[in-house]
Design a protein around this ligand. Structure first.
Ligand code: GUN
Length: 296
């Protein structure tokens, strides 16, 4: 079997278009466009690329964006002061603190200071709580992007066994909440899971979000499973060329899976598209146009 390719790139296009048209309508009515502000601490090269893409996408879709780049050595107080200032700025629809933060800053503490009504990442404890209660204000970008890919291709979750490799606060844990809400039976695995390949082979839908290049080989995959690759790893191939690979050995796994997301062009483009959706959603909430922070 050769797997169907689940093109996040295509699905993301559909969402970006929706956001662009909605923003255009707001502007046509004489309203200001939604405004995303991104806070980056330090110079992590991966973060710099992500932040640049976020700002670029805002521009393309007609959203306003600002960027605050702080020194690696910034103190907790200085960062808090900036967040308080952004919280007090009524023109800002969404506030995103790019992760990871340097070791001297506690991400949970910092994110708790962001106004939950502008938490476009769904990382604030109030929004994480609402997510698990089934009463989401916003949904987390990468996990929601995965759900949208599955929906777009008509892949249901009801009654399915979903196995997620990776327990991060940004992907693994919140994705489990979204999949549970869709009536999947969900298992979260991690580095201490005993016999990971055997657990992974139970999956009808297998999600690799471990941050380990090509961890998931054919041995991890049941015949006909749907495989979602969240990994973004830089690798130098045999010819010395730099390339991007996921957490899945794409060539081997696509012979066994029924459907698979590629890297690049899979989950990655969905994360930014969902960020745009959330920024618009937070704006609409703040302007009394909607009761929650998402929904196009
Ligand atoms: N670092 C990598 N991905 C993300 C993301 O989606 N949001 C934030 N805040 N930081 C990230």
């Amino acid at each position: 079997m050769t797997a169907q390719i689940l093109s996040g790139k295509e699905v993301a296009q559909k969402f970006r278009k929706r956001v662009r048209l909605r923003v255009q309508k707001l502007v046509d009515r004489g309203l200001k466009p939604p405004h995303l502000t991104v806070v980056q601490v330090g110079d992590d090269p991966g973060s710099t690329v992500y932040v640049r893409n976020k700002v670029k996408t805002c521009k393309k879709l007609g959203l306003e964006s600002t960027m605050h780049k702080l020194e690696e050595s910034v103190s907790r107080e200085e960062l808090s002061t900036l967040i308080q200032k952004l919280n007090a700025d009524a023109d800002i629809s969404g506030i995103l603190v790019q992760l990871p933060l340097p070791a001297h800053l506690n991400a949970t503490e910092i994110i708790s200071e962001v106004d939950p009504a502008r938490d476009v990442d769904c990382l604030h404890p109030a929004n994480v709580g609402r997510l698990w209660l089934g009463d989401s204000f916003v949904t987390p970008c990468t996990p929601q992007g995965i759900i949208e890919i599955l929906d777009h291709y008509g892949i249901g979750l009801k009654g399915k066994r979903a196995v997620i490799i990776g327990r991060s606060n940004i992907v693994g844990k919140p994705l489990a909440a979204l999949m549970l809400a869709r009536h999947a039976t969900v298992t979260i695995c991690h580095s201490r899971t005993v016999d990971l390949p055997a657990v992974a082979r139970e999956a009808d839908v297998l999600v690799a979000a471990a941050g380990k290049a090509e961890l998931v080989t054919a041995e991890y995959v049941k015949d006909g499973a749907v495989v979602i690759d969240v990994g973004v790893n830089r690798k130098v191939d045999e010819d010395g060329e730099k390339k991007l690979v996921g957490d899945v050995d794409f060539t081997a796994v696509s012979e066994k899976a029924s459907a698979i997301t590629p890297v690049p062009g899979g989950v990655g483009p969905m994360t930014i598209a969902m960020l745009m959706v959330n920024t618009l959603g937070c704006y609409e909430y703040q302007h009394g146009l909607s009761e929650q922070g998402f929904g196009t």
